[in-house]
Design a protein. Structure first.
Length: 139
C-alpha cells in the first residue's frame, strides 16, 4: 500500500474567503501515483473548514449569508470565547458547521466524485498563513 502526504498553504487576505482546491488535490493525486484508495483533505486550523459541494457563485453567496446568520461575527462581545482577547468565536462555530475534513474515493487514478462535486477550503479568520493536509492511501 502507498501513502502520500502534502500540505497546501493559504494566506487569505480577507477575514473570510472560499477557495476551490480541487485542482490542487488532483495534482496531489497525480503525484502520489495512487490508482485505487482514499483521499483525506483536512483543514489544519480550527478557524477554517473543508467541504464538498457545487462550484456555483450563487450557492457560495448563499452559504456565506447562511453562516453569518447562524454565527454572526458581531457583536463580538456576545461570545464567551472572545473574552480571551480574541474576536474569532464566530470562526470556530462556522468551522464546526462546515466541517474539518472530507474523504473522497480514488478510482482508476481519479477522484471519484458525483456530478458537480468540488473540494473547497473555507477560511473564517484569515489574514495569516494556514494550511490543509492532503493524505492519500491506496494502491
Amino acid at each position: 500500500m502507498k501513502s502520500y502526504r502534502k500540505e497546501l498553504w493559504f494566506n487569505i487576505p480577507q477575514r473570510r474567503g472560499l477557495v476551490n482546491i480541487t485542482g490542487q488535490v488532483e495534482e496531489c493525486l497525480h503525484e502520489s501515483g495512487i490508482q485505487e484508495g482514499l483521499c483525506l483533505v483536512n483543514a489544519m486550523n480550527i478557524t477554517a473548514g473543508v467541504f464538498i459541494n457545487d462550484d456555483e457563485s450563487g450557492l457560495h453567496q448563499d452559504i456565506e449569508v447562511w453562516l453569518e446568520w447562524l454565527a454572526p461575527h458581531a457583536p463580538t462581545d456576545k461570545y464567551l470565547h472572545n473574552r480571551t482577547m480574541e474576536d474569532n468565536a464566530d470562526a470556530h462555530l462556522k468551522r464546526t458547521i462546515m466541517g474539518r475534513e472530507v474523504v473522497a474515493a480514488i478510482t482508476k487514478g481519479k477522484l471519484d466524485f458525483g456530478t458537480w462535486e468540488q473540494i473547497f477550503y473555507y477560511e473564517f479568520d484569515g489574514q495569516r498563513k494556514k494550511h490543509v493536509l492532503v493524505k492519500m492511501i491506496g494502491e
